[in-house]
Design a protein around this ligand. Structure first.
Ligand code: TEU
Length: 547
């Protein structure tokens, strides 16, 4: 089994890394203001090292009015004073490295906050000014320009345009507090190259690129119509807003920056559209190296659904030379054990909109399926991204009341979609205390009473806990062949059983059925649930090795 420092010294560490996503405002609060902070993250690095992850990815910690949970930034090169200082960031990175943890930060290049000095200047300077040219301002359509300039839709609901008092409109693909930057403007391109260098010089190891496929827009006149307003279609390069060929030039210029460091910095692109072989172009070694593959995260629990997306991802990434990624949970989606416990036909959105009152399958189902999916994912080749709290088996907090919601999705959807707060509730560290050990006082989103049983304190020494399973799995995973990208599908006559082998001799069996199946051949290395004699229980994943 390789020593952790050997893994860390490998410049291609990210290809097989397990990355732990920290949503800083909800991770650990050191000063009692109810908001997690960098000192809080620093105080828990020992926990993360013991968990066995290779890297942490910090969601935005930059100054922000929090119209979109920190993805609305007023200064890309500073720390939100509520979360700490730049010195705190430097100390955190240094200490993470001492724990052999890499540090990845979020870069949000598509938009700024509407409180960013540039946007204030743009409003003050008026139409036609160089200040406005940093953003996408246009005159409106229709009589008096009272209609939006194009039919572009915001991800959070409603049109992607907002009118300003002098009559012009600006584009925002997300909340109206997040005006889109104009990437045709060389000043913006240079600013982000310099921003990457700023953080790289502070020793960060990599970057997660927010909405990576949207920077290069077709802004030629007249503005084109957006063919897929729901953004559910695979992209083919013809969309005016997403995945245009020109966006790749931007990442080639970023790669030059990354490769000017030794070891080179890593990067991972985020693009939410359906994953295709085009998606993997972002992962070319000449560009970002990795791209999130969300197809597993979007798949419903079931043998065929899971096998299809794994097969397709393995194929789609072939020949690109980039890394492969897997992810089940993030700060943008309901936690995966809860998703897998929804009755057939009930979407996560419909469930959340009922404020969690619609019946879900029992918590035992959520737990079994969540653990089985995780163990399957962690045995796949490539890199895996975990979201904070999933190692505790946390469920979605589905009963937040309307006045507690902070996600802009709630208002922009006309109060029809509850949004993403239910997976952003601050973590429980202890069984009791004002915020279950999150901090010395309360938490910015209320934590339910059942968090006590999911706290680190409750789970740390429990051999059956989710935390124990994640620790064991991550330790064992280090023994998997480092850069073997192969999966051998093994035949099974059972439509509810998935069986694959890895080239190091490991075999992985997932029983999707609720009923037990015969235990496969081989020595058991790890199981996502207790084994029952010679049976593999329902909704359980098993790792075995050939005898
Ligand atoms: O998300 C991009 C994105 O496309 C999401 O809006 C996605 O469609 C949605 O969250 C699925 O539920 C990134 C960030 O991850 C997200 O938190 C930000 O809100 C968004 O960019 C804007 O910066």
């Amino acid at each position: 089994m390789p020593e952790p420092h050997i893994v860390a010294a490998d410049p291609a560490w990210w290809r097989t890394a397990v990355v732990y996503q920290v949503y800083p405002r909800s991770f650990a609060d050191s000063d009692g203001d109810g908001i997690g902070d960098l000192a809080g993250v620093r105080s828990r690095l020992g926990y993360l090292a013991d968990l066995g992850v290779d890297a942490i990815w910090l969601s935005p910690f930059y100054p922000s009015p929090l119209a979109d949970g920190g993805y609305d930034i007023t200064d890309h090169r500073a720390v939100d004073p509520r979360l700490g200082t730049l010195d705190d960031f430097v100390a955190l990175t240094k200490e993470a490295h001492a724990h052999r943890l890499k540090v990845i930060i979020d870069v949000v290049p598509n938009h700024t906050s509407d409180q960013h000095p540039w946007f204030r200047e743009a409003l003050a300077a008026g139409p036609g000014s160089p200040e406005r040219d940093r953003y996408i301002f246009r005159v409106g359509a229709g009589p008096d320009g009272a209609e939006p300039p194009a039919d572009w839709a915001s991800h959070f609901g409603g049109p992607a345009w907002e009118r300003v008092p002098d009559g012009q409109w600006y584009c925002h693909l997300f909340a109206r507090e997040q005006p889109d930057l104009n990437w045709d403007n060389p000043e913006i391109r240079q600013y982000f190259l310099d921003t990457l260098r700023f953080w790289a010089d502070l020793d960060v190891d990599g970057f997660r690129v927010d909405v990576a496929h949207s920077l290069a827009k077709d802004l030629s006149s007249p503005l084109r119509s957006q063919p897929d307003l729901d953004r559910n279609l695979p992209l083919d390069g013809s969309d005016p807003l997403y995945d245009r060929e020109e966006v790749h030039e931007i990442y080639r210029s970023w790669r030059a920056v990354f490769d000017s460091y030794d070891p080179p910095k890593m990067a991972v692109a985020e693009t939410w559209h359906p994953t295709t072989s085009r998606t993997y172009l972002y992962a070319r070694p000449s560009e970002l190296g990795q791209v999130f593959d969300f197809s597993l995260l979007k798949a419903e629990w079931g043998r065929d659904a899971f096998q299809d997306v794994i097969r397709r991802s393995l194929e789609d990434h072939q020949g690109v030379g980039g890394g492969l990624t897997w992810v089940l949970s993030s700060h943008d989606v309901p936690r995966h054990p809860s998703r897998y416990a929804l009755p057939a036909g009930v979407t996560p959105d419909a469930w959340l909109s009922s404020h969690g009152t619609r019946p879900v399958l029992d918590p035992g189902t959520a737990r079994r399926r969540g653990r089985a999916a995780t163990l399957m994912m962690l045995a796949l080749p490539g890199s895996a991204y975990l979201y904070q709290g999933e190692e505790l088996g946390l469920l979605e907090v589905a009963d937040l009341t309307e006045d507690q919601l902070r996600d802009p999705v709630w208002e922009r959807s006309g109060r029809t979609l509850k949004g993403r707060d239910g997976c952003r509730v601050p973590l429980p560290w202890t069984r009791s205390g004002p915020s279950f050990g999150f901090g010395p006082a309360g938490a910015w989103l209320p934590q339910p009473a059942w968090f006590a049983d999911y706290s680190v304190e409750s789970e740390a020494d429990d051999p059956e806990s989710s935390l124990t399973l994640y620790r064991q799995a991550l330790m064992l995973r280090r023994a998997l062949n480092a850069d073997d990208t192969g999966v051998d599908w093994l035949d099974t006559d059972d439509p509810q059983v998935l069986h694959f082998g890895r080239r190091n001799g490991w075999q992985v069996v997932v029983n999707f059925s609720a009923d037990p199946r015969p235990l496969p051949e081989g020595r058991v290395i790890l199981s996502s649930g207790p084994l029952d004699g010679h049976l593999l229980p329902g909704e359980t994943t098993l790792w075995t090795v050939r005898r």
